[in-house]
Design a protein around this ligand. Sequence first.
Ligand code: XIL
Length: 474
Amino acid sequence: MKNLVHPSGSPRRRWSTGAALRVLVVGLLVAGMALVPTGIANAGTTLGTSAAEKGRYFGAAVGTYKFSDNTYMSVLNSEFNSLVAENEMKWDATEPQRGVFNYSAGDRIVNHARSRGMKVRGHTLLWHAQQPGWAQGLSGGDLRNAAINHVTQVASHFRGQIYSWDVVNEAFADGGSGARRDSNLQRTGNDWIEAAFRAARAADPGAKLCYNDYNTDGINAKSTGIYNMVRDFKQRGVPIDCVGFQSHLGTTIAGDYQANLQRFADLGVDVEITELDVTQGGNQANIYATVTRACLAVSRCTGITVWGVRDCDSWRGGDNALLFDCAGNKKPAYTAVLDTLNGGSSPTPTGNRFRNEASGRCLDVNGASSANGAQMIIWDCHSNANQQFTQNGRALQVMGKCLDVPNNAAAGTRVQIYDCHGGANQQWVINSNATISNAQTGLCLDVNGAATANGSAVIVWGCHGGANQRWSRA
Ligand code: XIL
């Protein structure tokens, strides 16, 4: 187990120009022109990067209680470039007792996002649901004061860190009335929404301020009620910048989904898809694609957020409404979204490296050695020969040797390189779910312990399709 971990700055990384060139030349000799190093093919292969190419974000709602789940975090970190707290910034979470604020979970989400260059949506300052018990018991002027103080305190705490706030959530009634929903907040007076927006603007002038609601996915009485409010706010100078369309969808989507977004945009506000999830059924991938296409077609649609990461993380449990299955595998709906973001079809990732989906790091021969028995690790992707593979039938060649595990190796055995001899233990099958299995044992190429650090060992292990067993060409 020597050479298992390379502390950063270990000699292995200190390439002399001569050594680097020698390695490169060996690699080029082995595989000819196919080994010309390629750039890192990030662009267009994740939701976040593809959306960013279109000037948009692609986000997910998250819960801090999942942050210890490696599969969850690897999907989150590799695919999304915006986060929103699924519950942690709501009134009951942030002000559990009157005047006593708790921002720890919300801060954790903000810090995670910011450390990775992701945007943060704020959700939500005022809502009839998930109010703390003490607020549910208030009414009239007392409730109004408490509500506006809540807006001021929370928006001030997160000042400068939030891309857009859902200042008010779900204040309109379902059905044909187009009227406000009855709630304790509504009973403080019809002007509670504009008072909240003014307080939010004063507290965080840099955040876009949104009104957010559901069942607004086409032109209907409810969305028209909201439309009229937004038009009135714009006319009277009430500070509103955006409208969020939750888009919790079933098995159909309104034919005028895009037209509805556009009519709001034409009022001079941004529009955002804020809580997208879609019942799994024959139509799931198409509906996801339709929503994505609509957002791309409306220039003021600034981004899309899905309400959770994997099906099993969803508040809609049995609907399997999200883009990743419970093991973190990409679903057809994922591919439909990515292809739509990329304008029709996504580039098949090409390149001679194998990038591990959990870590974003590449399969690498430890120490750039070409010796028999040199072991495989993951390391930051680079263009040196010890990460460049050529496929020769089922053999994967690197450093003039073949990717190898000892004959009939048990789960947990380190993967190495060895002189090519064509034996079944040197034959590898690249599977459609992006795992790579050994032809002799059927075990999969796996980063030991789902580790993600530079130097983590690559072993063979029973195939489970998790992100630490998925490798994409890069
Ligand atoms: C949901 C969360 O996903 C659940 O975990 C929680 O128990 C209830 O709230 N519209 C919204 C979101 O604006 O805040 C809701 O989130 C889903 C519906």
